[in-house]
Design a protein around this ligand. Sequence first.
Ligand SMILES: [Zn+2]
Ligand SMILES: [Zn+2]
Length: 377
Amino acid sequence: MKEYPTISLDRFDRENLHARAYFLSHCHKDHMKGLKGPLLKRKLQFSRTVRLYCSFVTKELLLSNPKYAFWEEYIVPLELESPTQILLVDEASGEKEDIVVTLLPAGHCPGSVMFLFEGSQGNVLYTGDFRLAVGDASRIEHLHSGSRVKDIQSVYLDSTFYDPRFYQIPTREVCLNGISVLIGNWISQSPYHVVWLNCKAAYGYEYLFTNLGEEFNTQIHVNHLAMFKNMPEILSYVTTDRRMQIHACRHPKDEEFFQGNRLPCGCTAPDGTPLRIISIKPSTMWFGERTKKTNVIIKTGASSFRACFSFHSSYSELKDFLSYLRPVNIYPSVIPLGRTLTEVTQMLKLMCRTSLISSAIYKPLGVLKRSRVQRPH
Ligand SMILES: [Zn+2]
Ligand SMILES: [Zn+2]
């Protein structure tokens, strides 16, 4: 970050090897580059002050993977919404800088947070990956001092969908409701009617599992659950017992299995009755208009469906968030598909405070139309 260049967020290789502190917003691979690198491991062994800061849940998920086990003694988990002072020390020169960091829930996957930094170079918000609904920013206490919005110098933004093409993505509740209706109609027909949720191998679908588990008073079959051993809210809705009507299990040849009308786990009915399986693939669906579309389920084959599900804020959600905060600068972390960095930077300028002020500057009226000068060839 321009304001605090001695810290590194979600990137752990190359010049980041010299950072005085590390921050991990959530456990997705594209935010963990270099995190298991031998160079970083050696740096930690020789350092007395360099630590990795993240949420308690992110720490738990990270350490559940043995490749990251060496981080254990260098991680400082922080509570959500409790400002913490961190001393950034240059170990060679002894130079020090104080910074206050606050973790804010990001609504992206278990453990995901935004980082708010407050220090001598101003207030800076790093969103990580996030999905907030319209109006959510006004409910985040630490973005306010008293009743006023804090003066935010820069936002480092998850700009995945900052493009009018992605104007509207149905809300989490609307998507979940569509999926629930589809599943309910299917599994209520007989115990042999089962559903396979075709989820990618990444954190973020747990919200779906817990809500479906609650709704249908069941557990979801998954391959692994050890990482949730200390998260009862999630753990109670997932199981490695295959005798379930809802599956989110995976197999290297998932699609092949499903074509053969089998579940990835190979589960069959104990009495030999063939299972009737539908697949639902959570996918991001967007609508370019403001109108509220309700078709959050699309049939893509005889027994396969796509269901709307998004881990990232839509264009209108991002605009709502930014127009509430009105930061001086906005830096995109992601370039939307088919766009260029220049384009997205230009588009984000419109949401910056200076742009709002300059557009309000009085321009003298009454300029006369000039006749067009014809240049000789
Ligand atoms: Zn992510
Ligand atoms: Zn299964």
